[in-house]
Design a protein around this ligand. Structure first.
Ligand code: ADA
Length: 588
């Protein structure tokens, strides 16, 4: 399934996972579904087609096909959690949805589907070119396929369904934390699928996980016109709430039920369950405050990539990654450089791992940012990321445009526009972006947190402590004064198994030395609110572009574990720093 808990108990849902027919497409279809496709492959859904031995490096278009039986006439909603990178969805040969970007979800509703067999085809494209501003040849791999779960929901005819639930925990005054007093602002969206007016009411419930409901409330009757989209905004107050934090990631279920009023009865028609946490996240005088207490983020940049599964992670491998990270003493992860699979975020909520989630963009030059699709595709991924992942308490920072042209006035326009867009969608979290422009950076005034990607010891010979102090100065000069500072990337290549007492660049020893000198500097600096090692695991890079020439084995080799998660020497060093600084803090 698509989540790690039952986020619907009433709504009928089914996973469409399995083995589907697949055919390569030689020419792209324009409007309709291409004909005469040779479905000569079988591939897994969810999955990357690169996992098929005949498609290991296939870049292009392909069509997935399967048939689906619908038991009774109903509306059918298809929820795709991620198709890499462009999808066209055909139901019985008719185009019903199109979507760009591998890393955000989309859905489509097919109305009045009759009982019987139906054909679902998904045309998928992972090619680079004029249609794609964000998926380009890069220092990570753009896989092909239906890479994240695909869910089918059956929506009854003449009903109304819950479209979204947005839950914002609010604590007005931390000095008066009596009796676990909290508020929440809740926004609910309803959509009518009926051809006549519907009456009904909403009921909310709050319960600690796997426990009885501790609070519930019913709203008065509402009337929704045929086909109408309807939003409700409410603020609720609770007492005896346990707050969510890293050491104590206390989660609640926030339940929303839709009851429809019929002639002589009231019928429970739809539900939406979210897992929520009560916490606040703010910046104050160079500090990042979680529940009003300063925190220091210690963690990793992580690509969703594994040689066995590409970008299509089963839960077991997500858990393994998190266990390996937690074992070092890490408390944070940066989803470099795109929104992650929601099940990974569910795990972070559960484990108390703090998440910097960022939109999809890496290393775009100003020429790349002039791509005709850039503005539109960025706005879309920002909107979908915030809208879809809004309720995760683990997400404490939204970020944009890693290492793009934030040193130029023309680039600044994009940073400003995108940060404003995200603020308008969510003003409860601080915003940042990772910059490598050093003293030439000109956008720090626009963000809440200043973040640097610097590689002392690897790309240059600078001393990490001196460079870090210089960076604080650059930030202060460039509009970042008084803002928390994060070292969002630092690290070095280390080829797994390459050990040598020469400690030359590329050895595991040298990687460990470089990471150690960086961590010594950052853990000693009061003004540092976070450090993210580049990177958690080695990852595949594209064969297109410059990457194979500058990345041995067509991999970014800076992981502290290799692609198969085997720890390198650096793993122990990191553990010493992350665990020790934790123990020192806790007075152990
Ligand atoms: C950059 C970039 C990463 C990666 C890294 C490296 O800082 O943000 O995606 O490419 O450099 O390995 O050089």
């Amino acid at each position: 399934m698509d989540r790690l808990f039952q986020n619907h108990r009433i709504r009928a849902r089914e996973s469409l996972e399995g083995v589907w027919d697949f055919g390569k497409l030689r020419t792209l279809s324009l409007d309709g579904l291409s004909e005469n496709i040779d479905y000569s492959y079988k591939v897994a859904v969810p999955g990357c087609w690169e996992m098929n031995p005949q498609l290991l490096t296939y870049r292009g278009q392909g069509i997935y096909r399967r048939s689906i039986y619908i038991h009774h006439t109903a509306h059918v909603r298809l929820l795709f959690k991620g198709v890499s990178h462009t999808a066209k969805v055909f139901w019985d040969g008719q185009l019903v949805a199109e979507h760009y970007n591998a890393y955000t979800a989309f859905n489509t509703m097919i109305t009045n589907v009759q009982q019987g067999y139906h054909e679902l085809c998904v045309e998928v494209d992972n090619s680079f070119g004029q249609h794609s501003a964000l998926h380009i040849p890069n220092d990570y791999y753009t896989y092909g396929g239906i890479i994240r779960p695909l869910i089918m929901e059956i929506i009854p005819l003449q009903s109304c369904s819950i479209q979204s639930v947005q839950f914002t925990p609010v604590k007005e005054d931390w000095t008066k934390d009596e009796h676990g007093h909290w508020q929440a602002k809740v926004r609910i969206a309803l959509q009518s699928h009926a051809d006549h007016t519907i009456k009904g009411h909403i009921k909310f419930g709050l319960s600690p996980l796997q426990q009885a409901t501790i609070w519930e409330q019913e709203l008065s009757e509402i009337t929704i016109e045929a086909g109408q989209y309807f939003e409700i905004l409410h603020t609720f107050t609770f007492s005896d709430i346990q707050s969510w934090c890293s050491d104590h990631p206390y989660l609640y279920e926030w339940q929303t039920f839709w009851y429809q009023h019929e002639l002589s009865s009231v019928r429970l028609v739809d539900d939406w369950i979210e897992r929520v946490g009560f916490r606040t996240i703010q910046t104050y005088e160079e500090k990042l405050l979680l529940n009003n207490q300063p925190i220091v983020l210690k963690g990793f940049n992580r690509h969703e990539d594994h040689p066995m599964v590409g970008a299509s992670f089963p839960i077991a491998l997500m858990v393994q990654d998190l266990d390996l990270m937690i074992q070092t003493g890490a408390n944070a992860v940066r989803t470099s450089h795109y929104p992650n699979d929601e099940r990974f975020l569910d795990l972070c909520d559960e484990y108390g791992i703090l998440v910097w989630e960022e939109n999809h963009a890496r290393g775009l030059s100003i020429e790349d940012m002039r791509h005709p699709q850039f503005i539109k595709q960025c706005e879309q991924v920002n909107r979908e990321m915030v809208y879809q992942h809004y309720n995760h308490p683990s997400i404490i920072i939204w970020a944009i445009l890693n290492e793009c042209a934030s040193d130029l006035e023309e680039g600044r326009i994009h940073y400003q526009r995108q940060l404003e867009q995200i603020r308008s969608l969510d003003n409860s979290r601080p915003l940042s972006f990772a910059s490598h422009h050093r003293e030439n950076e000109i956008c720090f005034d626009l963000a809440d947190i200043v973040s640097f990607n610097l590689y002392p010891g690897w790309y240059g010979d600078e001393d990490p402590a001196e460079l870090c102090d210089l960076a604080r100065g650059w930030a202060d000069q460039a509009g970042g004064k008084g803002k928390p500072m994060i070292m969002s990337e630092f690290g070095a290549d280390g080829f797994y198994g390459y050990r040598s007492s020469t400690r030359v660049k590329g050895t595991e020893e040298r990687q460990a030395d470089i990471i150690e000198s960086n961590l010594t500097a950052y853990t000693q600096r009061e003004y540092i609110s976070g450090m993210f090692i580049w990177q958690f695991c080695d990852c595949r890079v594209t064969e297109e572009g410059i990457w194979p020439m500058i990345r041995a084995r067509t991999q970014n080799n800076k992981g502290i574990v290799d692609a198969y998660r085997r720890p390198k020497l650096a793993y122990e060093v990191v553990t010493r720093y992350f665990k020790v600084s934790d123990e020192a803090l806790n007075g152990e």
